[in-house]
Design a protein around this ligand. Structure first.
Ligand SMILES: O=C(O)C1=C[C@@H](OP(=O)(O)O)[C@@H](O)[C@H](O)C1
Ligand SMILES: C=C(OP(=O)(O)O)C(=O)O
Length: 443
């Protein structure tokens, strides 16, 4: 995928072409979105999945021997993970132009060097790397950005202590930074599920290298369930079986692994078809996807868009009709802000439930999306576990993005239909989708 060229401060239209790149590295402080001049009719392949890339990197790093990963996402969150697995002793050779990473993994139980990991803003990196670091008989420090330091971490440190690791709180207990010294013995452990699924995914991936194996007992309902299914699927590709929430002692097998495109990233492109009353095909994602977020297309269908699916492709066609829906998004909460943007153009209110935990993501996403839509003159209401969007025409607005890539990507969609929409700090898309505005411009 090359870098797009469009007019300065402009995304969405290619006609006034003054050749300024829309890659995240080169975006201005404020980006104006130009409404679509015609309904989109495009086929796109989003970049590799962040979630699958970061799982495959952990499994490959723990698998002695050489693994080759293809379709890799190169974005801030995966650069964080590349740094993390290097710090843990894996040898990593990345070829960004070829979307490929070669990993020579090592058994962490033989480590002799202390490690320091900067997880940057990446929840997955921090929560996946700490249990892996706990397998090492030496001390590892894990830290991240101020934003990541504000996100919950305590369930993971509690679980690792219970499983036999030494965990030091280096700041506020329950938050980064922390230090861990293993080896973690393993065994049975209780774990809350209602804050994040990433604690469970991280523990499961370290499970086979714990001397006593691992058995997790959830003490509260699990959110983001499909991500745990993705974890066990990637582990299976590297030769490890998870039975319920139990993992026997064993070993990862180095392998060559193809990463599918990112389904959360795809949500913006598919939403654009519904909003822009055109047609968008997302290649490489379909009924065979490992990612729950492909189900975002089901919601567009419920709202009135036409959806066609094959094993590896989804096409959404906007029909000009969009009805509001009432939906629990606990399984696919990364697409809740995308749905909010679509809901603005529906003919009845949309209520999203079950996502109270997204208040602890990059920002309080419920408060942020409601605040910004209200600034655009919409009647949006914050609920404890979600939000309600009453549709209406958005006023020209420069949206704040709260250092949250998904705020930027979702709110930009309004500008495809409404003039005067601007995105402040659009560079925050670099966290998971540095070429987002390049792809948006292709619509
Ligand atoms: O495991 C993963 O790859 C992810 C799980 C989800 O987080 P939570 O489990 O914290 O909801 C999701 O929001 C995040 O973007 C990626
Ligand atoms: C919540 C997200 O990421 P993470 O938890 O991995 O930082 C996200 O990508 O929306």
């Amino acid at each position: 995928m090359g870098r797009g060229e469009v007019a300065p401060r402009t995304a969405g239209g290619l006609r006034d072409n003054r050749m300024v790149s829309l890659h995240a590295d080169e975006l201005p402080d404020v980006l104006a979105v130009t409404p679509l001049s015609a309904p989109p009719d495009v086929s796109l392949r989003p970049p590799g999945s962040k979630s699958i890339t970061n799982r495959a990197l952990i499994c490959a790093a723990l698998a002695p021997g050489r693994s080759t990963l293809t379709g890799v996402l190169f974005a801030d969150d995966t650069h964080a993970m590349l740094g993390a697995v290097r710090a843990l002793g894996a040898t990593v050779t990345a070829d960004e132009a070829a979307y490929t990473v070669v990993v020579d993994g090592v058994d962490p139980r033989t480590a002799t060097e202390p490690a320091t990991v900067d997880a940057r803003m990446s929840g997955t990196t921090s929560r996946f790397v700490l249990p892996a670091a706990a397998l090492r008989p030496v001390r590892s420090v894990v830290d991240g950005s101020p934003q990541l330091r504000a996100r919950p971490f305590g369930p993971l440190t509690d679980a690792l202590r219970e499983l036999g690791a030494t965990v030091e709180d280096l700041g506020t207990p329950g938050f980064l930074p922390v230090a861990v010294t293993g080896p973690v013995a393993g065994g049975k452990v209780p774990l809350p599920g209602h804050l994040s699924s990433q604690f469970l995914s991280g523990l499961l991936m370290a499970g086979p290298l714990m001397a006593d194996g691992l058995s997790v007992e959830l003490t509260s309902p699990l959110v983001s369930v499909p991500y745990v299914e993705a974890t066990t699927a990637v582990m299976a590709a590297f030769g490890v079986t998870v039975d319920g929430l139990r993992v026997q002692p064993g070993a990862y097998r180095a392998t060559d692994y193809a990463i599918e495109p990112d389904a959360s990233a795809a949500s913006y492109l598919l939403a654009a078809a519904a909003i822009g009353e055109g047609r968008v095909t997302v290649e490489g994602l379909g009924t065979g996807s490992l990612q729950g977020d492909v189900r975002f297309a089901d919601l567009l269908e419920r709202m009135g868009a036409r959806v066609e699916r094959t094993a590896d492709r989804i096409t959404v066609t906007g029909t000009g009709t969009l009805h509001g829906i009432d939906v629990d998004m606990a399984d696919i909460s990364d697409t809740a802000q995308t749905l909010a943007a679509v809901a603005v153009f529906a003919d009845s209110p949309t209520r999203v439930r079950g996502i109270g935990f997204i208040r602890k993501k990059e920002t309080d996403r419920i408060a942020a999306v409601v605040t910004e839509l209200r600034r655009a003159g919409l009647d949006a209401v914050e609920d404890e576990d979600g939000f309600t969007i009453n549709p209406g025409p958005p006023a020209p607005t420069a949206f704040d993005t709260y250092e949250d890539h998904r705020m930027a990507m979702s709110l930009a969609l309004l500008g495809l239909r409404v003039p005067g929409i601007e995105i402040r700090d659009p560079r925050c898309v670099a966290k998971t989708y540095p070429t987002y505005f390049v792809d948006l411009a292709r619509l």
